[in-house]
Design a protein around this ligand. Structure first.
Ligand SMILES: [Zn+2]
Length: 342
């Protein structure tokens, strides 16, 4: 149900307003970052369009609503790349003769068009949900244009996309838009905490939320274990001094034990630098709230310009490590050398 979508009042209001007028445009583009509730909203919107108990609202409980949620309503078609079907466990690799495609192909659009030429079986609307709509390749998009220009009766198409720029302008212009934004940090932190089996302290939950940059899905996929060393990493970093090369080399060795630990340490330091930047301007809302005093001390040791430069060096090291460009430990050493000497 749309009422289950949290933190996206702007998009949900737009959808409810269209539903409330009983006049729903035939094509919609749900756009915004991954993992912020676009698909959940698409399910709620679809339920409102097919529910017979509470038409234009959706009850979430009737047979029609339940089948939408389980993705087996006969009047609702899901379109996604074959690779996505495999990743979601909806198809097996062996269901496809070739390697499952990462594109939504023209054949899929043609099949859909054939299906849409028939009347709805049960519901007042036929609904089509394009998952990762931007995965439609150029021929598929061109084929879909025809459907958008001459929409079949009582049909609503929802294009869900985190990269709407990859859709043809002619497709985008024919869609009503529902814009989804990054979710608030506190909201994600609360969800992360609720999802933790053994409980989690607030600082760690906020750390994870900050790393997820507004995506609940990304936050829930992060492993809290990788961040157990958060406090130690930050404290060790703040002990480093420009005249003590041995200190940097030792820390690079600890942080660079393997790629996973190096990436986690860099993530921790990225959020820490943001905290120090907040402390520099006296702003509240530090993620590492347990280290507020250390952040205040750090402010006296690093200028805003230097802090920004260090953040850039962190980003560079992170990219190099992720792309496996050479030894992790050496990347970190080089990063520290540049942070403390340049
Ligand atoms: Zn219902």
């Amino acid at each position: 149900m749309l009422s289950e979508v949290q933190g996206q009042a702007h998009a949900v209001d737009a959808l409810n307003s269209a539903l409330g007028k009983h006049q729903v445009h035939h094509a919609w583009l749900f756009h915004g970052p991954d993992g912020v509730g676009k698909e959940l909203a698409a399910i709620g919107f679809t339920q409102a369009l097919v529910c017979l108990e509470k038409p234009w609202v959706g009850c979430g409980k009737c047979a029609a609503c339940t089948r939408v949620a389980k993705r087996n309503h006969p009047d609702v078609t899901w379109v996604m790349p074959e690779a996505e079907q495999v990743e979601r466990g909806l198809s097996g690799r062996s269901d496809f003769t070739n390697t499952p495609s990462r594109d939504i192909r023209i054949e899929q659009v043609r099949q859909l068009q054939e299906r849409l030429s028939f009347r709805a079986l049960e519901a007042p609307h036929k609904v089509v949900l394009f998952v990762t709509a931007h995965a439609m390749n150029a021929p598929a998009q061109n084929a879909l244009l025809k459907t958008l220009e001459e929409p079949p009766r009582d049909t609503v198409l929802v294009l869900i996309s985190s990269a709407p720029d990859k859709l043809l302008p002619t497709i985008r212009s024919r869609c009503s838009k529902a814009s989804f934004g990054p979710l608030p940090l506190d909201f994600i932190a609360g969800k992360v905490k609720a999802a933790a089996k053994k409980g989690m302290d607030d600082v760690l939950a906020r750390q994870i939320a900050a790393m997820a940059a507004g995506s609940l899905a990304r936050a829930l996929a992060l492993d809290p274990k990788a961040l157990e060393q958060r406090k130690e990493t930050i404290e060790a970093f703040e002990k480093l001094r420009a005249d003590d090369a041995g200190g940097w080399i030792a820390l690079a060795e600890v942080m660079g034990e393997d790629r996973g630990s190096a990436e986690a340490a860099i993530d921790v330091l990225q959020i820490w630098f943001r905290d120090v930047a907040l402390a520099q301007v006296g702003a509240p809302g530090l993620v590492n709230s347990d280290l507020a005093e250390l952040a205040t001390q750090a402010v006296t040791r690093v200028s805003p310009a230097r802090l920004q430069r260090r953040a850039g060096l962190l980003e560079e090291a992170k990219n190099a490590i992720t792309q496996r460009n050479g030894s992790t430990r050496l990347q970190l050493e080089r990063m520290f050398v540049e942070m403390f000497t340049a």
